[in-house]
Design a protein around this ligand. Structure first.
Ligand code: C2E
Ligand code: CA
Ligand code: CA
Length: 682
């Protein structure tokens, strides 16, 4: 009894101070009677939170009942620790549910002001909404990035495991622009609500920059993180008709510090966005390094361009007439050498130029350089032309025509000297825009070519709708093309269709003699590919191709020979068959060297009648006349190439017709003789 009275006496002054201070500050002050498990509060807390207000005090159960269920365990555990004397302080951030049912983040701090038998008996402290307000996002009521950082510092220290998911609404900027900020805010709130609802009590959601949220999924596995995302994705699309993408990082497997965790998650989220959105990507270190490489290149390219296109140069690839392989034009292909990484493929750096908009400057540069080059080569070949690639971004640039015309003027070149290549892509479908542009370019003689033809969505549509002068059939149709095969039919049809509407056809990427041979028969107008020449520096291009073209030669010297030799190869392959045919005849057929009389070939009948089956190294007169030193009646001097010399020979009551002529046998002059039984018995 005495003890109780003492305790009350100790408590009283604190409770009195409470009512005094409680009216002058915004925070809620409290005193906790640890033994009695009673809270005493400065007056107004029950106005906001649904606590009993019979008295200024209430029990710990009442207090716990206004704490958000997700945080109840943490708070109850702390109060239990105080009760057991394990700690004498409180410092917690947790949520409370107010009278409107809204979850509010508060900061609860408290300190022991009186001990009994070494254990805390009175704790004095405050509940503050203001302290945490800096850490709370006003729109969604979620904790923000500042808190997240602290949470992860602790998590890494305690070796916790789980997944961190960064989520973002797809095309959120468009949503804001199209429907207004208020609507955008509603979407953010909706997403926060959906994610929050799907979280278990150990996990936590945070609002990050812009439209991004971070969910710390404590103890989750890769599969459960994926299942979690799938639920959000479905709920969000059903409720808002919008989509959400996410990037996930596993800790500590992927990362062991907060800084990297955030970057990695952002990288994985970007990956999802780049791969078409509405999906989840898991972080991969290789991809991340690749992206860093991209960022490095981006910075270096910018620097190069600023330094007057340092590191940029142009290669030129020949384009030849299909008929005879003579040079008609070249394609200008941009090249860039990085100081850090060396030669970089245009397939890598062109997209960077496009993403950064630098393609406008680089495109202008290549137009100026390539037209200048074209002008120089036209001194030797007055009809020489230049194909120059344009990116879609350049096509949409209002200044394009001005830039092209300026370049032509500077180079003193007519419009007809250049052909602008535009890549077949979905974006070309704005037919009226492009037709007007192409018409205006055409008026100056500039032609338009559709690059990579056949690889897009609506190749045939372009032929019908766009006023273009040339199509370039992509290499994918050419690779390993075979006569009569599927691709050769396809190319044949494309060529016929293009020709029917007066569009020129270039076939690209011709690498081998086989491809060249098959294509030649399909009659495209021009061809381009490694078979004729790789892209080269201007000097090499001049040496290799212009010099030949000046004298009207095809640029691949051995082009025709290769074709012929290829035919010979085929013949050789088939020669066994042909020789077998000769074996079926009733005539004796043989071939021998003109000078040495050495036998090259005797057909089956000849072998049978002479009885000589192995004739190698033998001479014709040895085998047929059984004479040494030559035939008395040999008439090889009369032999000619092209026409047969004929004579009749009578032998053993039989009349033979002998036909002889000069032929080429394995590259050497040879004598072909056919001995036919005339059917006349004498
Ligand atoms: P593209 O316009 O289709 O250019 C043809 C590409 O095929 C070139 O690659 C060329 O070297 C390659 N090629 C030519 N013949 C053959 C062959 O027989 N076999 C194979 N396998 N390939 C062949 P490159 O120079 O690496 O250029 C790649 C792409 O980069 C170009 O494809 C084009 O889309 C883009 N590009 C290059 N220069 C420019 C430019 O100045 N502006 C724009 N916008 N894009 C460019
Ligand atoms: Ca091209
Ligand atoms: Ca192409």
């Amino acid at each position: 009894m005495q003890r109780e009275q003492d305790r009350q006496a100790k408590l009283r002054p604190y409770v009195e101070i409470l009512s005094f201070w409680g009216e002058s500050i915004e925070d809620y002050l409290f005193v906790l009677d640890v033994e009695q498990q009673q809270f005493y509060f400065s007056s107004c807390i029950w106005e906001k939170y649904p606590l009993p207000f019979l008295d200024i005090s209430f029990g710990i159960e009442d207090w716990i009942s206004v704490i958000d269920v997700r945080d109840r365990n943490r708070v109850a555990e702390k109060l239990e620790e105080i009760k057991n004397g394990q700690t004498d302080q409180i410092s917690l951030e947790h949520r409370m549910i107010d009278r409107k049912g809204v979850s509010v983040w508060v900061n609860c701090i408290g300190k022991c002001v009186s001990y009994e038998e070494g254990k805390p008996s009175i704790i004095a402290g405050s509940i503050s909404e203001n302290v945490v307000s800096k850490k709370i996002d006003q729109l969604t009521g979620l904790q923000n990035q500042t808190v997240l950082e602290k949470i992860f510092q602790d998590a890494f220290q305690k070796n916790e495991t789980g997944y961190f998911l960064m989520l973002g609404i797809d095309d959120f900027k468009n949503v804001n622009d199209k429907y207004g900020r208020k609507y955008g805010d509603e979407q953010l709130k909706k997403l926060a609500e959906i994610i929050d609802k799907n979280l278990d009590y150990d996990s936590q959601l945070y609002r990050l920059d812009g439209d991004k949220f971070g969910a710390n999924l404590v103890g989750y596995t890769k599969d459960s993180a994926k299942a979690f995302y799938d639920r959000i994705k479905t709920d969000f699309s059903i409720q808002t008709y919008s989509t959400v993408s996410a990037g996930a990082v596993g800790y500590p497997m992927d990362v062991n510090n907060y800084h990297n965790l955030y970057q990695y998650a952002e990288d994985a989220l970007n990956q999802s966005k780049q791969q078409g959105k509405n999906k989840l990507s898991f972080f991969s270190l290789d991809n991340y390094k690749g992206h860093l490489f991209f960022i490095d290149l981006k910075e270096e390219i910018l620097e190069s361009i600023k330094n007057n296109f340092e590191g940029f140069y142009i290669y030129y690839q020949p384009v030849v007439k299909n008929e005879d392989g003579t040079l008609v034009k070249s394609e200008a292909l941009m090249r860039w050498r990085s100081k850090q990484y060396g030669e970089i493929s245009p397939v890598v750096f062109i997209p960077i130029l496009e993403q950064t908009g630098l393609i406008l400057e680089a495109g202008k540069w290549i137009l100026e350089q390539a037209t200048k080059q074209c002008c120089q080569w036209r001194e030797f070949l007055p009809n020489f032309r230049m194909n120059i690639n344009l990116s879609y971004i350049q096509l949409k640039d209002k200044r394009l025509m001005e830039i092209v015309f300026d370049a032509l003027k500077k180079a003193n070149l007519p419009g007809s000297a250049i052909i602008l290549e535009v890549t077949e892509s979905i974006q070309l479908q704005d037919y009226s825009y492009f037709n007007l542009l192409f018409y205006q370019l055409n008026k100056k003689g500039i032609q338009i070519s559709i690059d990579d033809f056949g690889t897009g969505y609506s190749s045939l549509g372009y032929l019908k709708e766009l006023r273009v002068d040339e199509i370039k059939i992509d290499r994918c149709f050419v690779k390993s093309i075979q006569e009569g095969g599927y691709n050769s039919h396809l190319i044949k049809n494309m060529i016929e269709l293009a020709h029917s509407v007066n569009i020129r056809v270039c076939v690209e990427g011709v690498e081998t003699i086989e491809e060249r041979t098959v294509l030649q028969k399909l009659s495209p107008d021009v061809i381009q590919g490694y078979y004729f020449g790789k892209p080269e520096t201007p000097d090499v291009f001049y040496e290799k191709f212009i010099t030949k073209a000046k004298s009207g030669q095809p640029i691949v010297d051995d082009g025709e020979r290769k074709v012929v030799s290829e035919k010979n190869n085929l013949l050789q392959k088939n020669s066994k068959n042909y020789l077998n045919l000769l074996d079926e005849l009733d005539d004796i057929i043989y071939v021998c060297d003109v000078e040495t009389y050495e036998l090259y070939y005797i057909n089956k009948l000849g072998q049978k009648l002479t009885g000589v089956y192995d004739y190698t190294g033998k001479k014709c007169y040895e085998v047929f006349q059984r004479e040494e030193g030559g035939c008395s009646d040999c008439e090889r001097e009369c032999l000619e190439q092209g026409t047969f010399h004929t004579k009749i020979k009578k032998e053993k009551n039989v009349e033979f017709l002998i036909k002889e002529k000069l032929i080429t046998w394995n590259g050497k002059p040879a004598r072909l003789q056919i001995v036919a039984d005339n059917g006349i018995k004498i």
